[in-house]
Design a protein. Structure first.
Length: 178
């Protein structure tokens, strides 16, 4: 028995945020298969925005991949590969919610779907958020805001109602610190 190895990687489609590749893979038994690989070019950041009273602010957005709205942490892609994700997190918090923080700390770093994608999301904690402006949404964004108690968010996670990986991971990481 050999080991799994990539023979070749061929670009199939170049997208705005991700590129899709066909990986020709040699399996341990010697046979060859084609696997999909998605490269997320920029990386991203998300933020757990916490009010002084401990409640958490989430955004509701339509996600075409699911064909429904989801409650999520404010998040977005870096503007450049070398942009620190802390800058991305603070910018996305302000743009999507109109809130800011004086205290931003990294909670965790995660790869969202390691079986076929290299997307990296750094998740930050924004304590004691405060209103600084109105939302500054991109033309494609239609975002609703809602303040949540931790118990309600945990119920949504454990019931399967909340399934967004970065949001689940961020909320659970923050809950472990409380």
């Amino acid at each position: 028995m050999g080991k799994l190895e990539r023979i070749s990687r061929t670009l199939v489609r170049e997208g705005a945020i991700v590129d899709i590749y066909d990986d020709e893979m040699r399996l341990p038994n010697g046979s060859v298969e084609h696997w999909d690989y998605i490269e997320h070019r920029m990386g991203a950041a998300a933020v757990v925005p916490v009010f002084p009273d401990g409640k958490i602010l989430l955004v509701k957005q339509f996600r075409p991949a699911l064909n429904r709205y989801t409650w999520e942490l404010p998040a977005g892609c870096r503007d450049a590969k070398d942009e620190p994700t802390s800058i991305t997190a603070k910018r996305e918090l302000e743009e999507e919610t109109g809130y800011s923080t004086k205290e931003l700390s990294q909670l965790l770093s995660l790869k969202t779907t390691v079986a076929f994608c290299n997307e990296l999301v750094d998740v930050y904690l924004a304590k004691d958020i405060f209103k600084v402006s109105e939302q500054h949404l991109d033309p494609a964004e239609d975002i609703e805001l809602k303040v949540w108690k931790m118990d309600d968010l945990l119920n949504m996670i454990y019931s399967g109602e909340m399934q967004d990986g970065k949001t689940v991971a961020g909320i659970l990481a923050y809950n472990s610190l409380r």
